[in-house]
Design a protein around this ligand. Sequence first.
Ligand SMILES: [Zn+2]
Length: 339
Amino acid sequence: MSLAVRIDVERLCCPRCGSETLQQAGDELACPACDARYGIDRGVPQLLKDPALFTHLENIDYDAHHNIDEARREKVARDWQKVFERHGVVYGDVLEIGSGTGQLTWGLSHRFPFRSVHACDISTRFLLQADSLVGTDGAPVSYYACDANFLPFRHGSFDLVVGHSVLHHFIDYRKIIHDIAGLLRPGGMAIFYEPVLQGKILVAFMADLMRRIENNTKWGVLDDKDIARIEHMKRHIMKDKWIGHDRERLEKIEDKYVFDINAMRELAREAGYAAMEHSNLDMPKQGYRWFVNQHLLMEGVAPEKLQKYVFVMNTFMETVGEMIPGDIVTPMGYFVFRK
Ligand SMILES: [Zn+2]
């Protein structure tokens, strides 16, 4: 991108004072209301309320660390497409929050007929990485560096706001959900793909059952380290119980929240949305076994040990899964806020 890029100021507001009169003056954006000036770095407006903010996620090779590749991006786009269709999304102007290195941005540009695509993140480095990934052969994407706590966009600017696994990183996600209601046009939607308590707790339940079977039978499959791994995972899923609203502790952890569907519905009501609908992921062929394995492999439990305990997950799928399949919540899912 070059400095000649025209910034769509009609959509922007000043993150410091909220004024909707931002103007482009050469290689800067200026706010006549509070005299704030914002630079434009390689075509990306620097709309940070506090320019000193950064994310330490920048310090790792994010994509390699999270196994993000072409196949993953296609899968992410396909999963989102199902949700868009299920909830009747309007392909108008879309804003992606916390777009990172472009895992979902790529699909928004290449796989859907949006009128315009906008992506924001706190990291300019990630935005530029996303820009080179998205390329120029899809729908054009506008990028903005900003803090999700002070979104620099005018009221009623978007038909859709999306976030892929970002909301649980934001300490003040409630305020963000409130603010987004203002950015949406009437009938607009905000959709977030996030960890879901009602699903994660099933993973914790099945893993804890394995731990107890091991302790009670001395079967010899799981050792002390595995037991500690299960405890660690359970603690992570149930963190709300021991962290609660302890701000200081929340600030220190990257994955701050696992969202309770009922609490999100309540938040939607408080923030003035008409409704909050929850959408599951498609259940994998192997049922819950796939999710439990994925969680425990990540903790370091060996696959052959998990294989010995497969009866726990199979029992669940053969009873609950066969009788009330629609009531099984997947550990990750979509929260759909309808304005
Ligand atoms: Zn201002």
